[in-house]
Design a protein around this ligand. Structure first.
Ligand code: GRF
Length: 217
């Protein structure tokens, strides 16, 4: 099977990008990163890409007259690099409807909550405030509405007594680094279909049922 070419869009530190770089470096992994695009020249993730010998492009959103022009430039860069799947990894710009429709079902995002709970920012603070016993992360196909779209992979992590925003964020981030490459792999292996806005995955197996939090022993 030909390897799937990824375009990874970032705005910041790029730890999810790093997780993808690390998995793509494994010989049996069916995807490779063709280009990393950032809307910010100071994104730390750019150095991670350069270190791995991956092409980078900086497309500063402020240089463009409106969202459509910026999106179009991003689209041209992705096409130039022959990208087949776009991965948003901490990309802090909303992409317009035209771009999202053009890349429909070839555009995924990772979000640090169990969607549809806690869309938007400050997910960990809001999870603590709500008193949920589990939170986690979601990899989903992107639709025009923010943090909405068919769900590919979720990872659940427990909220522990004494958790702060930082401890919870670290636990979820470690789960993100497993979930994102896993979702990419399922797509690259051709096992994923979107049917009626839900994701069907060939040969998907669920984990053992029911984790209680807290335990009562
Ligand atoms: C992650 O928490 C991701 O879920 C969210 O933005 C953050 C990006 O972190 N969309 P990093 O740049 O990958 O370290």
């Amino acid at each position: 099977m030909a390897t799937l070419k990824l375009g990874v869009l970032i705005s910041g530190r790029g730890t999810n990008l790093q997780a993808l770089i690390d998995r793509c470096a494994e010989q049996s992994f069916p995807a490779e990163i063709a280009v990393v695009i950032s809307n910010r020249g100071d994104a730390a993730g750019l150095a991670r890409a350069a270190e791995a010998g991956i092409a980078t492009e900086v497309i500063p959103h402020g240089d463009y007259d409106g969202r459509a022009a910026f999106d179009a430039e991003v689209g041209r860069a992705l096409e130039r690099h022959g990208v087949g799947l776009v991965c948003l990894a901490g990309f802090m710009r909303l992409l317009g409807t035209e771009f999202v429709d053009c890349w429909r079902d070839r555009l995924i995002n990772i979000h640090p909550s169990l969607l549809p709970a806690f869309k938007g920012l400050d997910t960990h603070a809001r999870a603590l405030e709500a008193g949920v016993r589990f939170t986690g992360c979601t990899v989903h196909f992107v639709r025009a509405e923010m943090d909405v779209g068919p769900i590919l992979v979720q990872a659940a992590v427990p909220v522990r007594p004494g958790d702060t925003e930082d401890t919870l964020a670290a636990r979820v981030l470690a789960a993100e680094h497993r979930a994102y490459p896993s979702a990419v792999r399922l797509i690259a292996e051709g096992r994923v279909r979107v049917v009626d806005e839900r994701v069907e995955i060939d040969g998907a197996r669920a984990p053992e049922p029911t984790a209680l939090n807290p335990r009562d022993d």
